[in-house]
Design a protein around this ligand. Structure first.
Ligand code: 13P
Ligand code: SF4
Length: 346
């Protein structure tokens, strides 16, 4: 993405060329001014903007230097020399950038930008599980806060969860906090999933994953019925899901993977219709890049946390240095160990 900021008119023309079918012209004109100002100030400050795949189209296609899924953005956050790092994503992602690159200022363009999965598990919960299952390795999803990462042995993302689980030489593994991702990974790795919160315990001789009751408030809403209704209407539709969907929804789909792999799957596939079951903005972003493909999405289901990030607040982050993300050193250094363990998995 451009680091040499073009003029406002040129910015508007570039946005119009890509987004005119998705964003009304009046909105494009207003946003072009914001984009121009963000790119000018970003260059002036030597900043880098990292943008998650769920950012709204007028932001996603204009201001980030790097876009991607949680794994790709973590790798870029760890490697960058730019300062500050502006993270257009949710709080746990900005925290991850700070943990991996502590000498840089990390800014989140929102006051809260939470996540239902990150909110579902505390460090005390993890300590409780470790006391109940001594010596069992703890894999935590990247959608957790720093203090939970600090209690974990290794982190995973949707892009590497199966590889991370397979890298551990243990029959029993604690996998937190997403019950659906855990069930999908258990299925793929041939493990049995149990939930101590339901009073279940591992059985001797079983290769077991110990799960937690967290869910993504967006992906839990997609149903098998949604898929069968769309298949009735569009018999050739190819259904693409995120593994935070229930195992039933994933089983009823044609392909399930991290957000970036969903994007590349649609790009590379020759199918005429796609149904994208994840945050609706990502389907908009796919449409902007693939105008020849018919992409359906269920926009009644949105992530309120990702949608807190706006161009206005991204500019505010650059101008006023807000919101600065800090992680206490004692937590950061332990959380970094579990993130480094993940980044070392090939
Ligand atoms: P990805 O790592 O696949 O981008 O997923 C992040 C997320 O929060 C999905 O809801
Ligand atoms: Fe969290 Fe779900 Fe939003 Fe992703 S889509 S940030 S998992 S609430």
């Amino acid at each position: 993405m451009a680091i040499d900021a073009p003029s406002v008119n040129e910015t508007y023309r570039q946005m119009q060329a890509k987004l005119s079918k998705l964003v009304p012209d009046v909105e494009l004109r207003i946003k072009a001014e914001l984009v121009y100002e963000i790119n000018r100030r970003k260059k002036e400050r030597g900043a880098i903007i990292l943008g998650h795949n769920y950012m709204e189209p007028a932001l996603y296609h204009t201001v980030p230097d790097v876009v991607g899924d949680s794994l790709e953005l973590s790798r870029r956050a760890a490697a960058t020399d730019c300062d500050p790092i502006i993270f257009c994503g949710v709080r746990f992602m900005a925290e991850t950038a700070k943990i991996l690159n502590p000498t840089k200022t990390v800014l989140l363009p929102a006051k809260v930008a939470g996540c239902s999965l990150a909110a579902s598990l505390t460090a005390q919960d993890v300590r409780g599980l470790k006391a109940k299952f001594p010596g069992v390795p703890v894999v935590s999803y990247i959608n957790t806060y720093a203090d939970v990462k600090a209690e974990s042995d290794i982190i995973c993302t949707s892009g590497n969860a199966v590889r991370v689980v397979q890298s551990l030489k243990s029959d029993t593994i604690i996998f937190l906090p997403d019950k659906y991702l855990a069930s999908n990974v258990a299925k793929e790795t041939g493990k049995k999933i149990i939930f101590p919160q339901r009073g279940e315990s591992p059985q001797p001789g079983d290769s077991t994953m110990v799960g937690w009751n967290g869910v993504c408030e967006v992906h839990e809403q997609f149903t098998v019925e949604d898929i069968s209704n769309i298949r009735k209407q569009f018999p050739e539709v190819v259904v693409v899901t995120h593994p935070e969907c229930s195992p039933e929804v994933v089983a009823a789909s044609d392909f399930s993977a991290s957000t970036s792999r969903m994007v590349s799957f649609v790009k590379e596939s020759k199918a005429p219709h796609f149904l994208i079951l994840t945050e609706c903005s990502m389907a908009d972003n796919i449409i902007a890049e693939n105008p020849d493909k018919d992409v359906l999405r269920l926009c009644s289901v949105r992530c309120p946390h990702m949608n807190e990030i706006t161009l206005e607040d991204t500019l505010n982050a650059l101008v006023n240095n807000e919101q600065v993300i800090d992680v206490p050193e004692e937590i950061r250094s332990r959380a970094k160990r579990s993130l480094d363990a993940m980044l070392a998995v090939p």
